[in-house]
Each structure stands twice: as structure tokens, then as C-alpha cells.
Design a protein around this ligand. Sequence first.
Ligand code: NG6
Ligand code: CA
Length: 508
Amino acid sequence: MKTKLLVGLGVSTSLLSACGSKQQEEVKQPNVIFIVADDLGYGDLSCYGAKRVQTPNVDRLSAEGLRFTDAHAVASTSTPSRYSLFTGHYSWRRNDTGIATGDAGMVIRPEQTTVADIFKAAGYTTGAIGKWHLGLGDKAGTQDWNGFVSPGPQDLGFDYSYLMAATGDRVPCVWMENQRVANYDPEAPIQVSYKTPFPGEPLGKDHPEMLTKLKPSPNHGHDMAIVNGISRIGYMKGGGKALWEDENIADTIAAKAVQFIERQKEKPFFLYVGTNDIHVPRYPHERFRDKSGMGYRGDAILQFDWTVGMIVEALEKAGILDNTLIVLTSDNGPVVDDGYADKAVELLGDHRPWGEFRGGKYSNFEAGTRVPFIVHWPAVVKPGISDALFSHIDMFGSMEKLTGQDMGEAAGMDSQNYLATLTGEDKMGRDYVIEASGSLSISDGEWKYITPNKGPAYNKLTNTELGNSEDEQLYNLHEDVGEKQNVAKKYPDKVKEMKQILEQEKQK
Ligand code: NG6
Ligand code: CA
């Protein structure tokens, strides 16, 4: 089906002119895929400078597309980061967008408007596959996992969903297909609790001999329900044949994504693919195990790269790669030991998951939210590198522009249209980005200000400098990309200016 993208429907003239000779022709609505990796650091991909691990499939997207050097997630953990990516609302405006449990109610409320709603309004078919971590059902702990769990992604504009409710390390360890447990096993009804263990169900903390695949790192939790020889966060009973096997998670996600593409190739679609890689527990398929020389963390990067390759191959086979806008990014920065003894620390060597930045996942410092970000759309986007300042918050406004939709004032209230930045026409991007970790931070690309905070400066368990300090912090990223010299006292006017912007944003 050919749909006209017309000037006047809200599609930028510059976007059409970027199509060169196609300007006067009908331009088919592009398919759009968000590939969101989990905990993948700025320095974890070879196109971003990694040496010890090679990611040829991602590198291809980078070489043929636009690779951003200053793109940011809104938060340094998954739930708030994805919340903002999908809604165009800052997660820090609410106090209930922190890391969700596996039995959390849906964090995005059904009445909110998401990126998927934009595409639906534009006539697209929409899908969500892989890691969700935005809650399902109405209220925490009230879901009946043996029936239809509602509200869910279908209330947020997704026609199809195949998701893990939370994370690999949180129960329930089953796939939810269109809000019901996939491959449901009536012989093994499912119960989930984040409060009390189920009598007779062995726990990781009492049965280390049952932890045949991975053991938790000392003092790092992850010692409750045992599923597939790995203990998790939370208690669970049942599941039977529906329980996932960790070594097959990436294969499942890739297969479902490929299937979605094959089925939808005739008409425009929007697909969100949240990979489980490279989040813990890292237990890649044996095809990848011990292949990176960096342990399962490195192997999971290879597995992520393979997943990207499968998606690209499916698009190529369907003949739609040229007019598919792929955005590849990560939900937050990297962490090496996030709770399982997978040798990630021991085998890291000189690999720097955080690139040249300070901090990592959970941190206010740059590595918390400065994430890989690659845009691939051969029909429109010319290959290159963009140093423009960009934030996930603007995916909402940019997708409104792309599809010519206006979802109203309240929808995506913090999001603006930066489509020209995404396509590479605009080299500057945002005036500033705001990120939420322990504190609110703001960066204009050169200066970065971190609000004073009473939180700990250092997380011993994950070996992360969190960037919390009771002092005001100001860094000049042009001169001091590693945020070593706090120059707040030297530049009080700059501090004042940045605080003022933050205050204005908070008042909105
Ligand atoms: C933390 C977990 C960590 C990870 C994280 C969520 C502990 C000690 N740590 O609470 O392992 O699951 O939550 O990560 O339990 S995220 O990328 O999904 O936000
Ligand atoms: Ca994450």
C-alpha cells in the first residue's frame, strides 16, 4: 500500500527534500523500529570504539546511518527511561516511575498517550516485543497471571505484544503474549509475590546446590525464586512449560521480531524491540557462550549484535530496509557486576563499557545516560556522525512530526520535534538535556550541572560512582569529559543559569 506523505500534513519539506529526486514522487510512509538494548554502554560497541568485542551488525547500521555522540536516555535505569521514551513525559515528574517489580501495575496509565498511539493514529500496525519493565495490570500484586492481565500494552497503542513483564532477574519468568502467559501450562498455575515466599518452593539463598547456571554475587540479593538453575528477585510458583529458558531469550525475541516484520511488511508498521541483552542474569545461548573472551557480559553483547543482524536481514528479505527508520539505543548506561557471579569483572580487562565517561548505570555522571544512539534510514538519512545534543524525550514529538500527527497539548508534554536532528539535517539538536538519576542533572553539551543530593557517592556492590554530592556540581564536558574537576565555585553564573532552567522545567 502506498500512502502519500504530503507537505501540509505536518511532514517537513526538508524531510522530503532529503529524498532528493523522490521529492515530487509519492513517498511511502517509513516503517519504524526502536531497538532498545538493556544496560549496553556507550563503549560496548565497536562502532563506538570498543576493541575487544566486535559488533559487525550494529557497525553496519552505524556505517550506513547516523551515529550520535551526545544522545541521552532520560534516566539511568530501565523503568523511568522507557517511560519517558514512550510517553514524552519526564519520569521525574512522578514519584512512582522507579525500577518496577515484576508484579507492578502498569506505570504508564491507559489514558496516557504513547509513541505507539501516534503510529496507530497514522494507520500503522504496532508491536512491542521483548523487555517491557513498565508494569502490567492495574495495581501491584493484583494480577491473575493465569488469565488476561489488564490494562496492558493494548491500552497504550500496541496491536501486538510479546513481552517479559519486568526483567530477566525478576519473576514471573514467563512470556506474556497479548497480555496472557504464552504457552500457558494449565498443569502449573502461576502465583507471584514480592512479599512472601510460597511454602515448599526452594529459594536460592537456602539451596545454592540448585543454582546450576549462575550464582548471585555476594550480598547482591537475587536469591529468591529459582527458575532454570538461576535464582531471581521475587517469589514465584508454577509456570511449568511456560517458563522461559534464559539461553533462549534472545532467540525468542529475534524470532518474534522477524515474524512481526514478515507479517506486516506490506503496510507501515512500528515495532519496539527491547532486548534482554545485556542485562543480568547474563546467560547467552551456547553459540555465544565463551566467544567474546570477556565472559557472559561480552558474549551477551555478541548475542545482542546477532539479534540486530536478524532484524536487518528480515527487513532486507522483505525488501523494506531502505524505507525503514531504525533507531538503536540503550535504556541506560553500563554496569559490570549487577548481581550475578558471571566473571564480568574478572574478564573485563581493558574494555571500557562506559567509554571515556564517568559513572555508569544508576549514576548522575555522564555514563549513566549518555547512550549509544544510531539512526538508520537509507532512503533519507545520509551516513555520518552527529554530535548534536539529543534526548530520548524527543522521540515522541519527532514521531508526531514524522507521521504528521498531533496528539494534543497534554500528550508528550516534555517532548519536542527534533526530526531534523534525527535525520542529520540539524547538527545542533537540543539546547539542553535533563536527566534523572539520584538527582536531576542538566547539560547543554558543554556544561553539566548536577543538583545537590544526600545519596551515597558510591555504590560498592556495582562499583559505580553515583555522582551524588551535597555540593553543587558543575563540569565542563569540553575540557573535562571525565567530570573530574567540579568548577561550580569558579562559575557561579553558569550554576545559576542552569539551576534556573531546571526550576522552570520543574514548574511546567
Ligand atoms: C536492581 C538490581 C539489579 C537490576 C536493577 C534493574 C539488586 C541488588 N539489583 O535493583 O540487578 O535488576 O535493579 O535494572 O537487586 S534495570 O536496568 O532493569 O533498571
Ligand atoms: Ca537497563
